[in-house]
Design a protein around this ligand. Structure first.
Ligand SMILES: [Zn+2]
Length: 412
């Protein structure tokens, strides 16, 4: 291996020290003391390599390494360095460490590339503090306005604009974080899988071919609250009984449409919510994900149809409110091919797989060609203190992207 396992381990361990909740998992919210510590660590590691280190007005960190032709677009590598509340040490940092280690390897092996290579450490991907997820990449895509910086607030009502200013950034200049698509040739992210597929299939590497599309909607059913003892069954408008007839079909709708489509009812609220009252109102959510928009639409149409049938039968009113609609994203065919070839050359076992979560790669795909590599998560756990990836597994992912960067950057 050309990459260094000790350095990879040290980076993860050092970054995990910048933590607001020691002993209860990792909590590193954006623009806090912990953010500052991690930021300084990353900046120092980049500065040791004599890179052009800078931060954009959104607070993401960059380290640019010149190519033989500096007018060419960059190959960008990285991930995010914030965390969820009481999360783990790998979600985000795994990709940061990937990019740091690759920059070191390029430098110590005196590699010259035709295209410039750029490290990126993105801010606020999780949205843990300001509820504004994939923020760093959205700013790079030009999808953040100053108004949003004022309206995104943390629990203490501190706006993102104020937090950025307190950190020495200029929120008014947020538009300058936007990158010209012509200046980025490709973006490659490494992330932990956050699921059980690689481990259970005994594979080293997941090469993501699609990030799933998501449709999320809320269903409100209004029946009539009545006395549970005195209202005969045939005279009821029971919102829960109606809802349950539809909800129990959703599993099969998802299975029948195939292509790995999943559907989840994650919220179910019943009003008035008393043991002796017929449920007058039920609100539930449906979250449908698939790599194929047609599958999402099919599941949704089936649900809507079932709702119409059941509500007509029970005299319950139905209202559907759209919450989220994101199209599936296809990763770059060319980068996938390069990742596959390099996996084979290195003897890494891999599978092509879906990403069921968004990641910065999803946003970056709106401005450039994107590749996303997964490494195994122990027991599929993530967003919890138990989150773990073996350092050897992480190293294989880093090695793979290093070789792919040499290809894409056209090492001379
Ligand atoms: Zn993440």
């Amino acid at each position: 291996m050309k990459t260094n396992l000790d350095r990879i381990k040290r980076d993860i361990e050092e970054l995990s020290k910048f933590n607001a909740t020691p002993g209860q998992g990792l909590t590193r919210f954006s623009l806090t003391a912990e953010d500052k510590g991690a930021r300084e660590y990353i900046r120092n590691e980049l500065l040791k390599l004599c890179l052009n280190v800078y931060e954009d007005p959104a607070g993401s960190i960059f380290g640019r390494r010149s190519g033989s032709d500096d007018n060419l677009p960059v190959i960008m590598i990285g991930s995010h360095f914030d965390s969820v509340k009481n999360g783990g040490n790998f979600d985000g940092p795994a990709g940061i460490v990937m990019a740091l280690e690759i920059m070191r390897c390029l430098e110590e092996n005196n590699v010259k590339t035709k295209y410039p290579i750029e490290f990126v450490g993105m801010i606020e991907e999780e949205g843990g503090r300001f509820g504004s997820g994939v923020f760093g990449s959205r700013a790079m895509a030009g999808a953040v306005s100053i108004d949003q910086l004022h309206s995104n607030k943390d629990e203490a009502s501190i706006s993102m604009a104020k937090a950025l200013r307190d950190f020495g950034f200029n929120p008014e200049a947020i538009g300058n974080a936007k990158r010209n698509p012509k200046d980025i040739k490709a973006f490659i992210e490494l992330h932990i899988e956050q699921g059980p597929i690689l481990e259970s299939n005994n594979k080293d590497i997941g090469i993501v071919d699609f990030i799933v599309g998501i449709n999320e909607f809320k269903v409100i059913l209004k029946g009539r609250p009545d006395h549970a003892g005195t209202t005969p069954m045939h005279m009821r408008s029971d919102a829960l009984s109606t809802a349950s007839k539809v909800i129990c079909k959703i599993d099969n709708y998802a299975k029948d449409t195939g292509e790995g489509t999943v559907a989840t009812v994650g919220i179910l609220n019943i009003k008035p919510g008393a043991a002796n009252i017929v449920p007058g109102e039920v609100v539930f959510t449906v979250d449908i994900r698939s790599k194929n928009s047609d599958c999402i639409n099919e599941v949704k149409n089936n649900i809507v149809e079932a709702l119409n049938t059941e509500t007509v039968a029970s005299g319950v009113e139905v209202e559907i409110i759209e919450m989220l609609d994101v199209s599936p994203v296809k990763m770059s065919e060319e980068i996938i091919k390069s990742l596959e070839e390099n996996s084979q050359t290195s003897g890494f076992s891999y599978i092509k797989m879906l990403s069921g979560a968004g990641h910065d790669a999803m946003i970056m795909s709106t401005i450039t060609d994107v590749g996303l590599v997964f490494v195994p998560s122990k027991d599929g756990r993530s967003h919890c203190p138990e989150e773990w990836t073996d350092y050897e597994d992480l190293q294989r992912g880093i090695e793979l992207i290093y070789n792919t960067v040499l290809d894409k950057g056209e090492a001379l």
